[in-house]
Design a protein around this ligand. Sequence first.
Ligand SMILES: Cc1cc2nc3c(=O)[nH]c(=O)nc-3n(C[C@H](O)[C@H](O)[C@H](O)COP(=O)(O)OP(=O)(O)OC[C@H]3O[C@@H](n4cnc5c(N)ncnc54)[C@H](O)[C@@H]3O)c2cc1C
Length: 472
Amino acid sequence: MSINVVSDLPQELQLALNRAQETNLRQLTPLYNRMEEFAENDVVSLLAAIGQVPEARELFDVAITEMQEVPRPVANRVELLIIGGGLHAAIFASTYYRLTGVKPLVIEERDRTGGIFDLAERETFFLNSRNRREGNALVPGTEGPLNTIVNGYLQPSMMSGLEYQTNVDMAFPIRVNLALCADVITGMPVTSLDLPIADGDLIVNLGEAAPVEADNVIIATGVGEPKTEGMTADRRVITFNEFLQRFGFRDDPFPLQGLNRVAVVGAKDSGNVVVEYLLGQGPTTASSVAALDYVERIDWYDQKALTKEAFEDANRSRYKGIGRYMPRVGQDDYYYRVQPIPGKVIQTFTEDGGVRVRTQLESGEFKNSELVYDLVVFCIGFNDQANQLLGPPEDFEDAFQDVFNSDLKLVVAKKLEGVNLYKVGPCADLQVTDQERIDTPVLGQIPENSAAVFRYADRTAKLCEMIVTGDV
Ligand SMILES: Cc1cc2nc3c(=O)[nH]c(=O)nc-3n(C[C@H](O)[C@H](O)[C@H](O)COP(=O)(O)OP(=O)(O)OC[C@H]3O[C@@H](n4cnc5c(N)ncnc54)[C@H](O)[C@@H]3O)c2cc1C
């Protein structure tokens, strides 16, 4: 196996490629040979092979993390700066690099890139979008698989043939493409933005480094921070993001140990993946000991579907396995582990060695939970943080205007009037239009899909093209 490496591959990654080959040659060779049939060059074939061999992937992953850590010098002036190191940063950076040969500066506040798909160190949830072409040519990004890093070198679909891939299958290619196509600084939050005076540049203020001036700034901060309403301070009361971090921790082989009764608050996608995980339907719970680390009872708050049948009717096929553990119509003596409980949780409190929750029912009545829980997981949505970078959010709510792209015939991003400042991906919060609902009925039926990769991926790449060609 001989690899021709692209000329400007960072030295740290070149070394990691060599080491991965030295230590895992036997596993990598057949994968590499197969990948070579369709990947665009030798480096991509090798990276795709590395992504499929856990030891090699970990080695390369560590090299990426170390390469991007602070303290490192940060340029004081750049053409293009991207805030956030998730999927949309990877799409933007890959497109920009392919079109201009210039690597944009990416600033990520966590100590790793990868965004929401990388919050857990290992496989913790299955994606809700299929790793298959969906066949609707009117949906941006559906020429190929749905989970596409447009213009990226390494694609999630090269990681496995699973119908629903894991968060890590998505996170690794995001991390690799950013490492190849951007100059990334991790562990560094963007704290605020100063708007240009006259024709000056935007000033990006950073946590512990001098501000950076930039011609163009792209905000790609995703869905934002988890909402915490009703949560009280107790290590057993956690958000969805904390759940991913705790249960996706690589060194803990028995993540469910000591959990008998768990309350999950919220019944959208994040609530669904938490319940799957607790039931042993997630990708990693295989490492726990089912006879010992067994969650006996999951009380699912704000779950309006009260039976298996109602749950299956209300949810896409991806989540139907959860229904097997829910009460069944006409079978009162059926054993079920998941108890749906309507009503909003407004408060948690510590009691009898566990945590009790207080709900408000639709009638306005308040009720304390019968059970005391070992863990309460809040999955009640996210608060967009993007506008806060500019000052009080309400001052800028209406100042961002739609950027329309005539090729896609869609609004692709938001732009601050008169300034080279853009919001891309879910933080742009582009409303689903009537035409989109006609073209893609699933967007009307499943509102959570409005943040999906398939909806925004092509838009972000198009915005990049427009900026490079001066069409915006
Ligand atoms: C639990 C969950 C599961 C999902 N699953 C799917 C799925 O299966 N399929 C699908 O199509 N879509 C899914 N989505 C939607 C998903 O949000 C988008 O598809 C996509 O991840 C958004 O990418 P992004 O780059 O905009 O945001 P993210 O991936 O969230 O990345 C944003 C990054 O910005 C960083 N950041 C934020 N603020 C700052 C700051 N001030 N300074 C520096 N860095 C900052 C964050 O740390 C983060 O790394 C899911 C969403 C959630 C919440």
